[in-house]
Design a binder for this molecule. Structure first.
Ligand SMILES: Cc1cc2nc3c(=O)[nH]c(=O)nc-3n(C[C@H](O)[C@H](O)[C@H](O)COP(=O)(O)OP(=O)(O)OC[C@H]3O[C@@H](n4cnc5c(N)ncnc54)[C@H](O)[C@@H]3O)c2cc1C
Length: 398
């Protein structure tokens, strides 16, 4: 696999088409065969991440100048969509890792420490996790209870984090906390804590309905390190410019991948049915046409916002991210995709009938449906809709 030449190419390059084929091959060989057991046992998809590391895909979004693949957001989102077709948990972990990488790539490259970190990430294929959710603030990303304490060039922090996906597997974790013990809840920084410098004492387990392989247990995280591990940009800026849009786009992409696999299973079922009654179009084929339409809308929505975001990044229009219009559209995408995925998998289930309902059938949609319901909770849709309601009181599309 050659390094991609244009780190911000808006259009897929021929090399990228080659990479997509390689990701499909990883999906078929390292994700799909283990997806059911990863789900059943709620275990980390180790085979998937060994293959992704071997293909250097953990540094897909790291610019070429640091040795990464230099994919842009559109391309990274497409990788997430492909992975979602084979194992929702693996795709979710990959997407969450890419979000953390993007926070560093977009907001910390002025720092020698983080430039060096990006090179280490490439060489060692480091896996990054996130600790934003906190006991006491829940899914409110814009406030923290915990605070970073600095003493000269050293810091320490402690955070009660009820959900840290793949916390036990991660090499490094980006943690949100107040800038200091005297800072208000909203004055937050983003701190990189490194394996070896943090301890994670279990707070809760992860025995959930879906995304079981993300192993998102809770921990009391205690960490220390050098103050240069604090990202040089405020967290509110990181959230606005990167974490918010990037998350909703890569999540929407991997959810689209899960929905695509559900529709593919439904298509295989309809084909098998049609073979039994040659010359007749089964009613399930009409349902297939209907669900395909919803899937197309979902994918189109993700790609449209991804392109808008990529264009803004390419033009370095950082102020545009702060406008209510872009924020509202990003929120709408998340809420809409999290609803569409449940609708699509539900429709596919109706097509496959009892074969989709069974756990022991090649048409089984149990994992897909259970994963789907997690989408609305990852930053609760009610929180997002309430934010949009507030912004829409003053914002009007022109
Ligand atoms: C698969 C998965 C993986 C995750 N991985 C991580 C991770 O790696 N790191 C991490 O930090 N987090 C992670 N999360 C957490 C996630 O993103 C949410 O922040 C968390 O699930 C929110 O938890 P909650 O539902 O208890 O809290 P809340 O978001 O607080 O919601 C609880 C309830 O209160 C309501 N509510 C609260 N405040 C408001 C408000 N202002 N407006 C309207 N309604 C409100 C909500 O609607 C909901 O009914 C993950 C979640 C999932 C599902």
């Amino acid at each position: 696999m050659k390094t991609l030449v244009n780190p911000v190419a808006a259009e897929p390059t021929p090399d990228f088409a080659e990479l997509v084929l390689q990701v499909h091959s990883i999906g078929k060989n390292a994700l799909a065969p283990h997806a059911d057991l990863v789900d059943r046992d709620a275990r980390f998809p180790a085979e998937a991440f060994s293959a992704l590391r071997e293909a250097k895909l953990l540094s897909a979004y790291v610019p070429c100048e640091y040795g990464g693949m230099g994919l842009n957001l559109l391309q990274t989102a497409e990788v997430c969509e492909v992975l979602g077709q084979y194992c929702g948990s693996s795709a979710m972990i990959y997407a969450m890792h890419c979000i953390q990488v993007a926070c560093v790539v977009h907001h910390a490259r002025e720092s020698d420490y983080f430039q060096d970190y990006l090179r280490q990430l490439v060489d060692n294929q480091l896996l990054m996790a996130s600790a934003t959710t906190e006991v006491g603030t829940g899914g409110d990303l814009l406030s923290s209870v915990c605070a970073v304490e600095t003493d000269g060039s050293r810091f320490k922090l402690e955070k009660k984090a009820p959900v840290i996906s793949y916390g036990e597997e991660a090499d490094d974790i980006l943690v949100t906390c107040r800038r200091s013990a005297a800072s208000p809840a909203s004055d937050q920084v983003h701190v990189m804590v490194r394996r070896g410098d943090f301890t994670a004492v279990p707070l809760s387990t992860w025995d959930t309905m879906g995304f079981r392989g993300t192993c998102s247990s809770g921990f009391t995280l205690t960490a220390e390190g050098e103050t240069q591990q604090i990202l040089p940009t405020s967290f509110s800026e990181i959230l606005t410019v990167t974490m918010h849009p990037y998350s909703h786009i890569v999540w929407g992409s991997l959810w689209s991948g899960i929905a695509m696999d559900a529709v593919n299973r439904a298509r295989a079922f309809v084909r098998a049915e049609a073979r039994k009654t040659p010359g007749e179009t089964p009613i399930s084929a009409v349902r297939l046409a209907e669900v395909d339409q919803v899937l197309q809308e979902m994918r189109h929505n993700v790609k449209s916002l991804a392109r808008e975001y990529q264009d803004l990044l390419d033009m370095n229009c950082r102020d545009a991210f702060k406008g209510f219009g872009f924020s509202i559209r990003t929120n709408n995408l998340k809420v809409s995709c999290s609803q569409r995925i449940v609708e699509i998998v539900g429709k596919a289930l109706l097509i496959c009938g009892i074969s989709g309902y069974r756990n022991d059938s090649r048409f089984s949609l149990s994992r897909h449906l259970r994963d789907s319901y997690g989408a609305a909770l990852m930053v609760n849709n009610d929180r997002i809709t309430k934010l949009n309601a507030t912004m829409l009181m003053v914002h009007k599309e022109s």
